[in-house]
Design a protein around this ligand. Structure first.
Ligand code: AKG
Ligand code: FE2
Length: 414
């Protein structure tokens, strides 16, 4: 069963215990000057029932360049949980000592719907062969872990971090002002940013990895509007015929949107309830990167336009019936391996929820697309091969656009 989505998106999907329902992800937001605590809830007319709760996660071990610091001896992961960890339940699961068990045969429709390739959801881009280079991924994970997730006394204080960029001021806007900012080059990127160079470099790398024809041009432009002049971008006119370029093409206008980067750290057993990222806060075009560990992401079609509004409400304020109304029976599960990249746009961003079930591992189909299709269609006679992939600590980095005005309010909502 999918997560119930009754509470915070970070609650334990599928769990019915009230203590799980009360679990919240502890969050910090960076660039505090831009954040005005509860304004977002006031503006959006809903109360914030979220309570912040400390989730203590074991400190990483030796290797600072990975999330657990303990990828070789995975059996340690659970036994290192403190006795009062909120996730002690994980100890009740079989103590698997390898990350991947040999493939086993399952009957179709057992919990094994996760595919390795992109489901047919318009606007969802995912190519399992497209991955960040291993060394970059390791460095990035190491940087994020040591910068944001290592708490005092070896305890992590948070498992979610939001970094906000300020919307860029372009030359036109600043010309009417009295300061000297009009001297600033029009880079399309804010000079005041809570997003560190390491993550900006990741964005640059993604802008190269995803360039058309990997992504359709419209989606690419949505994600990287100021990369039009990037040397790697295909041009409709030859680059040597600069005289034929319009002024706009020679000097592309910077995007006036600001980006938000959200970092989520999941230990095995943690997940995120099905949700649609806030419609009033974030624009179209979301990029997600998985580091360290992989996981299955589940997509459920938002049942009806009339329930769109519900899907935007704080999950903790939804009744169980409201929550059921949000998601229909139409769903897909997709395995996101370490270092992979996913893009949500259009329908995938607005008409489908995404979430991660709270599990310590995932059954992932190893079959061809054709077989997977049969399974999804419920062809009960097929035997399918699936592999149990045990979760490791996963760090995700998600880039989203803040809608105009949304960069001056904040909060801990998704
Ligand atoms: O961890 C992920 O990949 C998903 C995160 C997410 O959906 C969110 O923060 O809104
Ligand atoms: Fe999300």
């Amino acid at each position: 069963m999918p997560g119930d989505g009754l509470t915070s998106p970070y609650n334990a999907p599928g769990s019915n215990t009230s203590s799980r329902d009360e679990m919240k992800r502890k969050l910090i937001a960076v660039n505090f000057e831009d954040i005005v605590g509860s304004d977002s809830q006031k503006q959006e007319g809903r109360s914030n029932k979220r309570t912040k709760l400390h989730i203590e996660i074991p400190a990483p071990k030796a290797d600072p360049n990975c999330c657990t610091g303990n990828h070789d001896e995975d059996s340690e992961t659970f036994s290192s949980l403190s006795p009062d960890s909120l996730f002690d339940e994980a100890l009740a699961f079989p103590n698997l000592t390898t990350t991947q068990s040999p493939p086993v045969l399952l009957q179709p429709n057992e919990e094994a719907q996760a595919a390795l390739t992109a489901p047919p959801i318009p606007g969802l881009f995912f190519d399992p062969s497209l991955k960040l280079p291993e060394d970059l991924a390791k460095k990035l994970a190491g940087y994020c872990m040591s910068t944001y997730f290592d708490g005092d006394e070896g305890k992590r204080k948070v498992n979610q971090v939001m970094l906000f960029e300020r919307a860029p001021v372009d030359d036109e806007d600043s010309a009417s002002g009295s300061d000297t900012s009009s001297d600033r080059p029009s880079t399309g990127r804010s000079t005041s940013t809570g997003i560190p160079p390491q993550l900006l470099a990741l964005l640059d790398k993604l802008s190269v990895l995803l360039r058309p024809p990997v992504l359709p041009l419209e989606i690419y432009q949505l994600l990287f509007p100021s990369s039009v002049s990037h040397p790697a971008m295909p041009r409709t006119v030859p680059s040597n015929s600069s005289s034929t370029l319009t002024t706009a093409e020679k000097h592309p206008k910077p995007a006036k949107q600001a980006r938000q980067a959200i970092l989520n750290l999941y230990t095995p057993g943690e997940g995120i309830s099905p949700h649609v990222d806030l419609l009033r806060r974030y624009g179209d075009g979301i990029i997600g990167v998985s580091l360290c560990g992989g996981c299955v992401m589940r997509f459920e079609r938002v049942r009806d336009e009339e329930f769109q509004d519900l899907s935007q409400r704080s999950h903790s304020s939804l009744t169980s019936i409201e929550s059921m109304l949000i998601s229909g029976s139409d769903f897909h599960e997709l395995y996101l391996p370490p270092n992979s990249v996913i893009v949500l746009s259009g329908d995938a961003r607005y008409k489908w929820t995404h979430g991660i079930e709270r599990r310590i591992g995932d059954w992932v189909l190893q079959n061809s697309d054709e077989d997977s299709e049969d399974i999804l269609k419920g062809d009960g006679n097929k035997e399918v091969q699936a592999e149990w992939i045990r979760r490791e600590t996963r760090l995700s980095i998600t880039f989203r656009w803040l809608l105009p005005g949304a960069d001056v309010v904040g909060g801990d909502e998704l």
